[in-house]
Design a protein around this ligand. Structure first.
Ligand SMILES: [Zn+2]
Length: 657
């Protein structure tokens, strides 16, 4: 997470690395526990909470429509547009179903759950009944606001909902082999393709909330149908072109385009064509989903103009606008970006969905070839700002992920806008697919930890078995099995946080400086069963400092070890964490704690605390406060708020010592 930034991939070196399907990877260790929590609890909870929110009533044509359950909130305190189609989160309940289906599907790989499968089958039957003869499918526009379809793409999430249903359909097909939902969504995607496109008579629109783009790429890959990829590319190419579609669309429904609550089209990244964009702006999740779709299209079409734009955006995000947790989007007002280096800790919005979506984007940048520039950030967001959104037992959820809490920030059972719970659920349940990338003649290992992966590469079958206590220990052994000796390239990521790494194959040391390519060690050889790769990543506690332009972190230090960022919690430390300081020369100790928070490595040090006990009720005085030494203990950030509630702090004051 404090790596020197690696250069982007050379334009000329084009490869397509695709993620393995979820069932190709069996996870153990740290991620096995996380996936088990989702499969055992979260997947069922998501379904039950959707039902409790009355979402089944909305999609079931055999029941009366629930009507408007969540009131319209005028997004406009200043009296901006209200056309009968302003936003309520109920409009995107189809997306909550899509992600809930996706979480259930991926969870079924891990753990058979016939009852949940039956419930999901019933949901799918409802969608089948609901679908109109022309293929259109939106529970909101069919059941709550009929007659208004495709009239407000800017605000109403219509194509976004389609995208999430597509992702759910692809996952459910892959998990169960059942095609019904996939066929429903192919019909809907065909209808969307008949409605939108560059041809005369079609609408040249795109969604205000990106998502359909990356979903159509998934649909194209699973069906082998080029038309879905072409439609994804159309939505990306069209975005931000003039005359602006959202202007035209507003006028068509009798509204003034200027009366857009968020004022600027930066909010939904349609302020200019995507290839001209050079700053991450607006709503953070929308931005990440857009860039994910752009990366997919860049990979599928070998489109270097998109790749260049993506790398500019990547630099802007990672050099000026990213929390150390891999969280992003500091502001609640636009759920997104503000100004460069504006990264407040206690008020950080840093929505769980945004960090999840950064994992999506980073993983798709790896489609263009292994490169630690992207994989390091994927790992940073994975281990920290995304999974902090899910309690250890898989039952509670953060929406916001601040880096400092006075003790009042806790996980929710559910949320009025329940986008985050199924988003973190589906990401964790499918995390195996982020571990690797595979091309025709290569396998890239992006992430480490206990797992077994099965691949087809270079015309043969390969099984890789990783044994490692990662992320708590940097020793990794990879056993290779092949049916017959097989020539392929194996790329192993050397994380940017690692100061010293060593690598051997069958006991023979490998010269890492000679084998290194874009932050990966490249092993190009004839592999045979019994070959063993050993990678040792020195993993020590380290201090991290922020660029002085981040005013909130001035004079402060954060602690990390391997991919894990640490925080101090009140339960482990004396109260009032802001009175604590860590002397600059204090040694950091590591301790294996198998019984704490599901098994962690904690960090501890002798720190200092300023005392208020001799102030006799005074508020100010001319002598500085008394200091005492104080034991200081830090735990991984993702696991905070799983014990007694209390204060939490990532960036500690650093004293001279
Ligand atoms: Zn969310």
């Amino acid at each position: 997470m404090t790596n020197a930034s690696t250069a982007p991939n050379e334009i000329a070196t084009r490869a397509r690395f695709r993620p393995p399907a979820v069932p190709q990877i069996d996870l153990g260790g740290f991620w096995g526990d996380r996936v088990d929590a989702v499969a055992a609890r979260t997947a069922d909870i998501l379904y039950e909470r959707c039902v409790a929110a009355r979402m089944l009533e909305q999609i079931d044509p055999d029941r009366p429509s629930p009507g408007v359950v969540i009131p319209f909130h005028s997004m406009s305190p200043t009296g901006n547009e209200f056309t009968g189609a302003t936003v309520t989160t109920q409009m995107f309940w189809d997306s909550d179903w899509g992600k809930t289906i996706e979480t259930a599907a991926y969870s079924l790989y891990r753990r058979r759950n016939p009852e949940l499968e039956k419930k999901i089958d019933a949901v799918i039957d409802m969608y089948e009944k609901l679908q109109q003869p022309d293929g259109y499918l939106s529970s909101w526009y069919q059941r709550i606001q009929p007659g208004l379809r495709w009239t407000n793409l800017r605000d109403c999430h219509e194509l976004y909902c389609a995208g999430h249903l597509i992702e759910g359909a692809v996952a459910y097909y892959q998990a169960t082999g059942k095609r019904k939902l996939l066929d429903i969504l192919c019909r809907y995607a065909d209808h969307i393709g008949d409605t939108f496109g560059p041809e005369p008579g079609k609408k040249r629109g795109y969604c205000g909330h990106e998502e359909i783009e990356l979903a159509l790429v998934k649909l194209g890959r699973v069906t082998g149908s080029q038309k879905y990829l072409d439609l994804a590319k159309f939505f990306i190419d069209e975005r931000g072109q003039e005359p602006h579609y959202f202007d035209q669309e507003a006028r068509a429904r009798g509204a003034d385009p200027k009366n857009f609550h968020f004022r600027t089209y930066e909010y939904n990244q349609s302020h200019k064509p995507v290839r001209e964009q050079d700053k991450v702006v607006g709503h953070a999740v929308r931005a990440m989903y857009l860039y994910s779709g752009m990366a997919d299209v860049a990979t599928e079409y070998g489109d270097d103009t998109l790749r260049v734009a993506l790398d500019r955006l990547w630099d802007d995000l990672t050099q000026k606008n990213l929390y150390l947790t891999g969280g992003l989007g500091p502001s609640a007002a636009n759920e997104g970006f503000t100004a460069d280096y504006d990264l407040p800790n206690d008020t950080a919005y840093a929505e769980t969905c945004a960090a999840v979506a950064l994992v999506f984007w980073a993983s798709r940048m790896l489609g263009m070839g292994p490169n630690a520039r992207y994989a390091d950030v994927m790992e940073q967001a994975l281990y920290n700002g995304s999974i902090s959104g899910l309690s250890l037992d898989g039952s509670r959820f953060f929406y916001e992920n601040p880096l400092e809490s006075r003790g009042r920030h806790h996980r929710w059972i559910w949320h009025r806008c329940p986008c985050c719970p199924p988003n973190i659920g589906r990401m964790v349940a499918s995390v195996g697919s982020y571990f690797y990338g595979q091309s025709e003649d290569a396998i890239a290992v992006h992430l480490y930890g206990d797992n077994r992966g099965r691949f087809e590469v270079a015309g043969g079958k390969v099984t890789l078995t990783q044994e490692s206590r990662y992320p708590w220990d940097g020793a990794i052994a990879i056993a290779v099995e092949t049916e017959a000796p097989l020539h392929f390239k194996l790329y192993l990521r050397i994380p940017g946080w690692c100061r010293k790494a060593s690598l051997s194959v069958n006991g023979e040391p490998v010269d890492l400086s000679a084998a290194s390519e874009n932050g990966y060690a490249r092993l190009d050889r004839l592999w045979k069963s019994g070959d063993t790769v050993k990678l040792d990543l020195q993993m020590e506690a380290r201090r991290i400092y922020a660029n002085p332009n981040v005013r909130q972190d001035l004079g402060r230090v954060a602690l990390a070890r391997g991919p894990m960022l640490y925080c101090v919690e009140e339960v482990d430390n004396r109260g009032d964490l802001s009175a604590l300081a860590l002397p600059a020369d204090t040694a950091l100790k590591t301790l294996d704690e198998p019984g704490v928070l599901g098994g962690i490595v904690s960090l501890s040090a002798t720190g200092e605390a300023e005392l208020a006990d001799d102030w006799n009720g005074g508020l100010y005085r001319s002598t500085p406060p008394r200091r005492t030494s104080a034991d200081l203990k830090a735990v991984p950030y993702f696991a905070w708020d799983n014990r007694e509630p209390g204060e939490m702090l990532v960036w500690l004051r650093e004293s001279k010592g």
